[in-house]
Design a protein around this ligand. Structure first.
Ligand SMILES: [Zn+2]
Length: 407
């Protein structure tokens, strides 16, 4: 193998690197290098000199080549200045003093550790221990997890189960415009949210959230008359939950076979009637005919979906009036599960109507962020620590920009 090719393989071709020798073993590769001799300014007196004092070998690990771990043995030159001081030659950032890994290795391992699901995985890929990777990550954590001084005009908040040392649930604050996480709070308590929004929320005008009275109260206390939008996925769930509760209540009376089959059909009950195939509809119909409550529950759900879709898509003027007609339908049907659901709707009516006034604003994208976080939780090692967990979530989304430009 020609010398210059080896230097290129390890990515050091523009750094005045001179190849000395190399040896390749089964899993490792040893490369001996030195730098070209040249005049250096003495760091103590600025006198330029190329008088050599001695050499010391600095051995460190570098990026892998074809699954082989690469060790570089760098014959480090020391110069001797007429002023009497000795100093190391400059190595153009190949390696930092006392480091056992090259600068390029550090950069690549850090990037990998942010993107990968676990520190252990990065450690394996980069031939080191998980604790070394964690130290590398921790040392740079502040750079990508410093919270913004002020939040944007529109924010989305949602809880997720992070299971960190600060508790089971954490709160995510995200930007619906950039679709990025802005910050992660260690818990979802009114106090925590309120304190955070007081500090950084002066510009916030719109907040999107699920139907949590704690969130609503925190937001209202901390901000000056914010506009709250209830996320449509979260409020629609109350209708689907009511349908499910009715189905579960009703199917108790069915025979074993029908009960099990009915249970498995959850998704078919949720779908719009006109979206079902004729076989699917026949199946659904069979169960609706078995029980009048289930039939009524299904009709209410269809009426809800018709109201939702109509007003979400085009007609935004009569939302409230049409919603009141829906309440009336529910009251006449008098099914307790749905009466409870519209009770929730009434408490959140203003916020629900706002979802139709601003149809493009929702918390849907937060779901995507939370799914990514779940993957992170699975590779749990090192993530019980809240600060690290938070930094990793924020860094992953920051790094997406690089993925796009590289790919
Ligand atoms: Zn000097």
């Amino acid at each position: 193998m020609p010398d210059h090719f080896i230097i290129q393989l390890i990515g050091l071709e523009n750094k005045n690197v001179q190849f000395i020798e190399h040896s390749i073993e089964k899993d490792t590769c040893h490369i001996h290098i030195q730098l070209k001799r040249k005049k250096h300014a003495c760091p103590h007196c600025q006198t330029r000199t190329n008088r050599i004092k001695d050499y010391r070998t600095h051995s460190f690990q570098h990026l892998k080549i074809a699954e082989k771990r690469v060790y570089i043995h760098y014959r480090k030159r020391r110069y001797h200045c007429p002023c009497g001081k000795a100093f190391d030659e400059k190595n153009q950032g190949i390696v930092t003093r006392y480091q056992r890994f090259s600068t390029a290795w550090h950069q690549a391992a850090l990037f990998h550790s942010i993107n990968s699901a676990s520190f252990t995985y990065t450690a394996k890929a980069y031939g080191t221990t998980a604790s070394k990777i964690i130290r590398l990550f921790d040392a740079r954590m502040d750079a990508f997890s410093t919270p913004p001084a002020t939040l944007p005009k529109i924010i989305a908040i949602d809880e997720f189960k992070g299971d960190t040392n600060k508790g089971k649930f954490q709160l995510i604050i995200a930007d619906p415009v950039t679709r990025r996480p802005i910050d992660i709070l260690e818990n979802r308590s009114i106090k925590t949210i309120q304190r955070y929004l007081r500090e950084r929320g002066q510009q916030v005008e719109i907040v999107i959230m699920d139907l949590s009275s704690a969130f609503k109260s925190a937001v209202q206390k901390a901000l000056d008359s914010p506009l709250i939008i209830a996320d449509s996925f979260h409020f629609s769930r109350y209708i689907y939950w009511a349908l499910t509760k009715v189905r579960i209540r009703v199917q108790q009376k069915f025979h074993d076979y029908d009960r099990k089959r009915c249970k498995r059909m959850k998704g078919l009950f949720y779908k719009r009637k006109h979206e079902l195939t004729s076989e699917q509809w026949t199946l659904v119909q069979r169960y609706l005919e078995l029980d009048s409550d289930l039939q009524t529950a299904y009709d209410i759900k269809e009426a809800y979906q018709a109201w939702f879709n109509t007003h979400k898509a085009q007609e935004r003027t009569n939302v409230r009036h049409a919603l009141h007609q829906f309440y009336e339908l529910v009251r006449q049907a008098n099914i307790p599960e749905f009466i409870a659901a519209i009770g929730t709707f009434q408490r959140w009516e203003t916020e629900i109507i706002n979802a139709f006034i601003y149809p493009h604003l929702s918390n849907g994208f937060v779901e995507g962020i939370n799914n990514r976080t779940k993957v992170l939780k699975r590779g749990a090692y090192g993530f019980q620590c809240f600060e690290r967990f938070r930094a990793k979530i924020l860094a992953q989304h920051f790094i997406k920009d690089f993925d796009i430009s590289v790919g």
